[in-house]
Design a protein. Structure first.
Length: 131
């Protein structure tokens, strides 16, 4: 397997894991609506046909590829390699709250719960700030 195939396989796995992740942000009525939409989408998956799921998968992968490399690495480490949050925060030199916010914003963008890509630069440590 060459490096391009490996990257595609990792992106596809990340997309699937993100789609399977339940919505935990229950911020009042908006959170309830998000959970209801998520359950409805999960229920309808596969019923209209395979083509709809393939199109959603392609859209999620395109959104993953549009993220900065640091964010892609963070998401892969957390969702694909199942690395602990504490280890990722320590190695990237970022507080846990920033990590959770970055993960939530990136997931919302990838899963089309947020139309525009958030600005990830203020949340990422600069090269000189790392220990």
């Amino acid at each position: 397997m060459n490096q391009k195939d490996l990257a595609s396989a990792l992106e596809q796995l990340l997309s699937e894991r993100l789609a399977d992740t339940p919505i935990t942000d229950s911020s009042g009525p908006l959170g309830a609506v998000r959970k209801a939409i998520h359950r409805l989408c999960k229920y309808l998956d596969g019923k209209p046909g395979v083509h709809a799921e393939i199109a959603r998968q392609a859209q999620r992968i395109a959104r993953i590829r549009s993220l900065p490399p640091h964010v892609q690495e963070l998401l892969r480490r957390y969702y694909v390699f199942l690395e602990a949050e504490e280890n990722i925060c320590f190695s990237m030199g970022m507080p846990p709250d920033d990590f959770r916010r970055l993960r939530r914003e990136a997931s919302d963008y990838i899963l089309s719960r947020r139309e525009r890509k958030p600005d990830f630069e203020p949340l990422l440590p600069r090269r000189g700030d790392r220990a």
